[in-house]
Design a protein around this ligand. Sequence first.
Ligand code: ADP
Ligand code: MG
Length: 476
Amino acid sequence: MTISIDATVNGAQADGTNMEELKSEWQRVAAQLQETIGEAAFQSWIKPISVRGLRDGMVRVSVPTRFMRDWVVAHYSERITELWKSENDTVQSVDISIFTDRAQKAEKSPEASAPVAQKTLKIITPSGRVSQSAEISASLDRRFTFDKFVVGKPNEFAYAAACRVAETTTSNPFNPLFLYGGVGLGKTHMMHSIAWHIREQTPHRNVIYLSAEKFMYRFIRALREQTTVDFKEQFRSVDVLMIDDVQFIAGKDSTQEEFFHTFNALVDEGRQIVLSADKSPSDIEGMEERLVSRLNCGLVADIHATTYELRLGILQSKALHFSSEIPPKVLEFLAHKITANVRELEGALNRVVAHSQLVGRDITLEATQDVLHDLLRANDRRVTIEEIQKQVASHFNIRMADMHSARRARSVARPRQVAMYLAKQLTSRSLPEIGRKFGGRDHTTVMHAVRKVDELREHDPSFAEDVELLKRMLEG
Ligand code: ADP
Ligand code: MG
């Protein structure tokens, strides 16, 4: 971690503002905040803030941990800035940085003759234990909170379970909580919501949220740097451990082993674990049996594909945040047409709004269709790899099983290549994903197939016609 060195820590003020004055301004700002945000929030977030100085219209304050910094920035920085501006009209902005308690004490104590810069760096090093959760937890998206999550039939069960876990501080009713569902359906949003809620309600609890990839990465680094003992310690001192997208851990043996031990140790001590994945524990390939059974002991909650009602609800809630007027007809149209997942739905709405603001015209159904024509077409002709394989197999009169088999005879290899080619053309799947659907072939095999078919199409008109016909049938 790097940290900028604060040149005003010794109280020297570049623009001549008196430090005492600045501090009393802060007292007044804080008092006003206290009235509006309440005592608990004030004690947790505002009280720990220290004033560091003012320069070029920017007030600098600090908090002791990264987590506090993120929270204060997300929730209070605008209000602090506004209030401070009304106290002192030379203030334009407020900068919130991290400064540890120990560094502050060292700075104040008379025997602290060594340069502050050196002390700061010494305290905040990657291996230092200054802030536990802030060190390993990934940052949380401020938009991902419970109040921004729209609940409907497909996600109500998972939502209820998540709320319960977020609210329970003593016994853990569902441990571990395992949330699963397809991409873009709100798993990460739900996990961040749990973390925000716990951090807000009970800031003393150590909540760690990170992706399984990051967990793996840190574990591998710890192995390399021979710091696995520290690694384990860090994780075992948490109250709530949340790991997103655990399907990435499956099949990675040593990481899975470590994960399993960490996991067991935490559950045995009654700490809460929340995990997410794109599939249920039993459906994740390469997941160890004992891990699966341990996961199944907690609560497994799935998030289903969205329904029209939920999509419309989400669009209506998002529409409130835009200043542009969005006709209900447009929202209904989007909810009807963009069915893949919520991420795509949000993206579509953003595009429509951005377009209307750019060209300065009202949002209409026609404009929406126009702006989203590519997306709408893709949603219209969403054909699956299985459909392609079936169609191609029947066209060339081979067995469906030969799409997956290892047989290399031209009579089956060529149709298989055509199917791979069409999968690339007609779906949004990546080369490795396509390879997997064809009996676990490598992405280079798919790439080769695509090139081969292109080449044949160029030199063999009847082959080109065949491919074209298949393509039209599949798009039909
Ligand atoms: P996942 O982790 O399941 O792939 P995300 O949590 O990243 O999905 O969700 C994708 C986007 O959709 C995010 O911007 C999220 O806020 C939004 N989203 C998903 N479900 C909902 C919901 N029920 N209400 C509001 N926004 C949602
Ligand atoms: Mg996610």
